[in-house]
Design a protein around this ligand. Structure first.
Ligand code: SF4
Length: 546
């Protein structure tokens, strides 16, 4: 496996900063450097290099309770962490967050109107919905409708950083072949002034890389990558984003826009993963990282979208080596290609693995991937899948405090405290609805095993027995619990098409039989003492043997 790079952003300082004598072997700190006359820091990277803790670093340390503000500053100075916080977005509602290996794994939700679907209002609604379901950043990938108004509305309404792929706006109303340097810089300047926090720029796709994709099964699947390939072939010139890199950096530095250097040659299928084209581009991304750091601009790197499970670790470690630890932001990756409609799951498996081996942010994939524009529920499904991936990796990485809520929920589960169980759940409404569709009172068991076979209830009794509190405890003879009633079976069969409200309505018969239909029963002992609960199952539900 590739080993970590032994260099950081401290090795790629601006040309006009000078190293003070005596610090040649101790240059990874502010005291070692002399800035040019009149220098004013703008970006979080520049402040960190000067040893300054900004309000945004302070806020990040509050949100990442295992990190101090000094650690946040030092990670940013080393280039291993970014705070995507455009100075123009900070004027609105942005709540600063960070992306980096030392912090918790983040997730991004993509949205945006397409030429055939959605509009500004719907995209703002999706933004709020994605925030509700835990998106740490949102990318506006609109390619249709009023792009400018949509972006403006999203920036004004978001508390999370907003990313864009500016080349989409550059070609509205013109052919890609007509794109020139001025149009590129003007568009970037405009979006930077609007408050976009990070730009995906596909500068790593070089003219000489294009021949490497000819044997691929699916060629170039990145929109930005394919558009720039067409421009290079038409003009027989190098990628303009690559040749303009320092000019682009200067535009971005003025508002502290962070780079998300795009992977225009990412594989679009397992068969194309880790091929020469992808690796050649990754090497160029390393060079672009060094050049951006020299201009004082924060950098993260985008990563591959379809990678077999056994190649993920190699990909993560190679990126960390070639890009000197700059945060890696990966799309999935999908670990199999044959489950369209379920790619939030195929990619979630890859994303968990990627985060475990080095990725810092996971770009969600929804069930609509490859099939259509995600709607609200697809956004929720994608966000939930990726919160699971990020959290699972953070638990495995041992980030202090990450597992506390898991353990608390396990305690509530062991106590058969349903309300607390739901309150601690990531999605309490769904958990409650699934529980209530068969048994909408809080009993010392649920419909999965039933009273007689509920191992948690039996364990609870054993603990009471072992504690000596239940001296009269007698082992019951195990009884066979019948399967579901016809009504319960009907509810389960229709579950996929029923709303939580309909489920609650259908499942209300048990609530009535327990006399708890005037409000939610709060706990077993309040409403259903053990004998009554047993009776409920045996007589009322007909699922037990007398
Ligand atoms: S009935 Fe089964 S699934 Fe339900 S709480 Fe008891 S052990 Fe868990």
């Amino acid at each position: 496996m590739p080993t970590a790079s032994d260099r950081t952003a401290w090795d790629f300082m601006p040309e006009d900063w000078t190293l003070r004598p005596g610090f040649e072997n101790d240059y990874e700190r502010a005291e070692a450097w002399q800035t040019p006359p009149g220098f004013e820091p703008i970006t979080q990277l520049e402040f960190a290099r000067l040893g300054v803790i900004t309000p945004q670093m302070q806020r990040v340390a509050e949100r990442e309770s295992h990190l101090t503000a000094v650690q946040v500053r030092d990670e940013i100075a080393a280039g291993r962490m970014v705070i995507p916080a455009n100075v123009n977005h900070l004027k609105y509602q942005l709540d600063p967050m960070c992306i980096g290996r030392a912090s918790m794994t983040k997730i991004n939700a993509n949205m945006g109107a397409s030429p055939v679907s959605s509009g500004t209002d719907e995209e703002v609604e999706k933004l709020k919905w994605a925030e509700r379901w835990g998106a740490d950043t949102v990318m506006d990938l609109s390619t249709g409708g009023d792009l400018d108004a949509c972006r403006e509305a999203i920036i004004r309404n978001s508390t999370v950083p907003i990313g864009t792929v500016p080349i989409y706006s550059m070609i509205i109303g013109r052919r890609i072949e007509d794109l020139d340097s001025q149009m590129i810089l003007d568009t970037l300047e405009h979006q930077a002034n609007q408050g976009v926090d990070y730009f995906t720029i596909h500068a790593g796709v070089l003219h000489e890389h294009l021949r490497l994709v000819k044997d691929r099964l699916i060629g170039i699947v990145s929109r930005g990558g394919s558009l720039l390939a067409k421009w290079m072939i038409h003009h027989d010139q190098q990628n303009p984003m690559y040749t303009l890199w320092e000019d682009i950096c200067r535009v971005m530095r003025k508002s502290d826009v962070t780079f998300s250097i795009g992977d225009g040659l990412r594989p679009g299928g397992l068969a194309d993963a880790t091929d020469l084209a992808q690796l050649a581009e990754l090497s160029t991304l390393g060079e672009l990282t060094e050049r951006a750091w020299r201009q004082g601009v924060q950098v993260m790197i985008e990563g591959p979208g379809h990678v077999p499970l056994d190649q993920i670790e190699f990909n993560m470690k190679l990126q960390r080596r070639l890009c000197h630890g700059a945060p890696f932001y990966v799309l999935g990756p999908l670990v199999t290609d044959m489950f369209p409609g379920y790619d939030h799951i195929t990619s979630c498996i890859g994303a968990t693995n990627a985060a475990w081996h080095g990725a810092s942010m996971l770009c969600y994939v929804t069930p609509k991937e490859h099939l259509g524009l995600p709607k609200k529920d697809d956004v929720k499904q994608g966000c939930v899948a990726y919160k699971i991936a990020a959290h699972a990796a953070d638990v495995a990485l041992g980030i202090p405090g990450t597992r506390d809520r898991d353990d608390e929920l396990t305690r509530a589960r062991a106590a058969l405290n349903w309300q607390k169980h739901f309150d601690l759940s990531f999605d309490p409404d769904t958990a409650r609805a699934y529980h209530d569709e068969d048994l909408d009172v809080d009993t010392d068991f649920c419909a999965m095993c039933g009273h007689d076979w509920c191992s948690v209830r039996i364990s609870k009794e054993i603990q009471l027995f072992a504690s000596g509190k239940e001296e009269e405890y007698q082992w019951d003879k195990a009884r066979v619990t019948a399967a579901l009633t016809d009504e319960q079976r009907e509810i389960l069969e229709r579950r996929g098409v029923l709303s939580p409200e309909e489920l609650h309505r259908l499942a209300s018969k048990t609530r009535k039989s327990m006399g708890a239909d005037n409000g939610k029963a709060s706990c077993h002992s309040d409403v259903a003492p053990a004998p009554k609960a047993q009776l409920l199952q045996i007589v009322e539900l007909g699922t037990g043997n007398a």
